[in-house]
Design a protein around this ligand. Structure first.
Ligand SMILES: Cc1cc2nc3c(=O)[nH]c(=O)nc-3n(C[C@H](O)[C@H](O)[C@H](O)COP(=O)(O)OP(=O)(O)OC[C@H]3O[C@@H](n4cnc5c(N)ncnc54)[C@H](O)[C@@H]3O)c2cc1C
Length: 469
């Protein structure tokens, strides 16, 4: 058993007494995740302020044989930032590493520490007259370290790609406490393996990201946004090439919302309002962004082309920033509304876009057979082939959903695998999907992952029990 008092004393000597929390009430917010589904125990929660302090924490933990769990904003949805039940880990929270180190207008980059909130990066980019395009519902709380480590996606992936495509360089504290300085702003660097890619999407299992160089883009002050009423998921997928054809690079967002999902937002989000007079089966949120007013014209052109192609039932175009925000609430409010509406079972899946209609048609009836009354709260980034295929309990019967959860999830995942998709699109694997993800991979692929993990973290102390089975 590790010597807890000795480890706490060492951590306090390295970080100062106030940066090491061990009282249960101080640690509690860091030991349960956003969904409330994952709770763990820890030796201590530490809040280092510099990369050297992070390295000192890791070295102390390795010497004591204690696991290290990196945590950013704790908005992850897969239990990746929560320690296990045995209490044999130290949670390393990066919330004091919040410096924007540099904005470089020539290289078009921003260098930030891992604890900077995503929204602060966006604001720093705006101050410099640029754009940082990653955009998530959790952007006020999630951090760059978490975004890098989960390879976050969000609502502008269609135009700018996921976090992997937005990172140029990283600084990482390795599982043995050494610091890897890969904080290079280079767009071209072919000097061997692209090591930063190993840490992107690794969910803290290969090291602690302490800083990142991120790409900036031209500002897009003009936005044109509309909510479309659609008959089917087929219409949503058929609209993708049409929208791309008319709007080209200006198309940033193409999101899908089912009536059931929209209904929950209308019921539970104060101020949310249905912009249509009638109910529709599906809705698509489309947004174009650019530097000039021609985004409005292009959106009108796209809507006319969609109507001519018979793909549109109705449409509402935002005429002001307030109306735009009101449309976005209908999409961004689903997670919170679902949380209020009872027990949930989340599936963050991705499929070849053309397979989405088949998937939805196949899976819905099977789930309803398995659990009558289950609510299908389907929404997501249809432009990326990514659905949040979430389920809510039959009204008033949370226990039924919990009891049926393994069967329901198996139905969803088998259909995803059968159609050539992946069971984890952007929310990560954590503990939630660790075993399931491996079960749909080949032995060769799982063994390759184990080989990488063993090579970097032979003692298995870096975010133990996550991602790699
Ligand atoms: C309302 C809501 C909406 C969301 N929408 C989206 C969305 O559209 N797209 C999307 O991709 N995600 C979304 N998410 C999920 C979540 O916000 C992202 O996964 C986010 O990137 C997590 O960042 P975080 O700082 O909160 O990380 P945490 O939750 O703290 O950690 C997530 C994982 O990263 C690891 N980690 C954290 N920091 C570091 C670090 N510095 N070094 C190494 N590992 C680290 C943790 O150990 C854990 O495994 C949403 C979440 C909520 C609550």
């Amino acid at each position: 058993m590790p010597d807890r008092p000795a480890l706490l004393a060492e951590l306090r000597a390295a970080l100062g007494p106030t940066a090491v929390l061990d009282a249960p009430e101080e640690m509690a917010p860091h030991l349960t995740d956003w969904t409330g589904a994952f709770t763990g125990h820890a030796f201590a929660v530490v809040r280092p302020a510099t990369t050297d302090e992070v390295a000192a924490v890791v070295r102390a933990c390795v010497a004591a044989g204690v696991g290290v769990v990196p945590q950013g904003g704790n908005t992850g949805l897969a239990g990746g930032a929560i320690p296990g039940p045995d209490g044999a880990a130290v949670v390393v929270v990066l919330d004091r590493m919040r410096r924007v180190r540099e904005v470089d207008p020539v290289a078009d980059t921003i260098t930030v520490e891992a604890g900077v909130a995503l929204q602060s990066v966006q604001e720093s980019a705006v101050e410099a007259g640029r754009l940082f395009p990653l955009s998530l519902g959790s952007e006020g709380s999630c951090t760059v370290g978490g975004n890098v480590s989960t390879n976050a996606g969000g609502t502008a992936v269609l135009r700018y790609g996921m976090m992997r495509e937005l990172v140029l360089g990283l600084e990482v504290v390795l599982p043995d406490g050494r610091i890897w300085d890969g904080l290079r702003p280079l767009r071209k660097d072919n000097t061997g393996y692209d090591l930063k890619q190993l840490f992107i999407g690794a969910e803290g299992t290969l090291g602690i990201v302490t800083a990142a160089v991120l790409r900036l883009f031209p500002a897009t002050p003009r936005r044109a946004t509309a909510l479309l009423a659609l008959e089917s998921v087929e219409a949503a997928t058929a609209l993708l090439p049409l929208l791309r054809g008319v709007a080209g690079e200006q198309l940033t967002t193409w999101e899908l919302i089912s009536r059931e999902a929209l209904g929950l937002v209308l019921e539970h989000h104060p101020g949310a309002r249905d912009p249509f007079d009638a109910e529709h089966r599906w809705y698509g949120l489309v947004e174009l962004a650019g530097a000039s007013a021609d985004v409005d014209v292009r959106l009108q052109d796209a809507l006319e082309a969609a109507a001519e192609a018979g793909l549109l039932v109705d449409a509402v175009v935002a005429g002001s920033p307030q109306q735009r925000a009101a449309l976005w609430v209908l999409r961004e409010g689903v997670s919170e509304a679902q949380k209020i509406a009872g027990a949930t079972l989340k599936h963050d899946v991705t499929l070849p876009t053309r397979a989405l209609p088949d998937f939805v048609a196949q899976v819905g009836p099977r789930l309803r057979d398995a659990l009558p009354g289950v609510r299908l709260v389907t929404y997501g980034h249809v432009g990326d082939g990514n659905l949040h295929y979430n389920l809510s309990a039959p009204v008033g019967d949370d226990a039924a959903l919990r009891a049926a959860a393994p069967t329901l999830t198996r139905i969803v995942y088998d259909a995803v695998a059968g159609l050539g998709g992946s069971i984890s699109a952007e929310h990560g694997v954590g503990v939630l999907k660790r075993d399931a993800a491996a079960s749909y991979k080949s032995e060769v692929e799982v063994e390759l992952m184990r080989t990488v993990k063993r090579a970097l973290d032979p003692r298995g102390l870096m975010n133990p029990g996550k991602v790699v089975p």
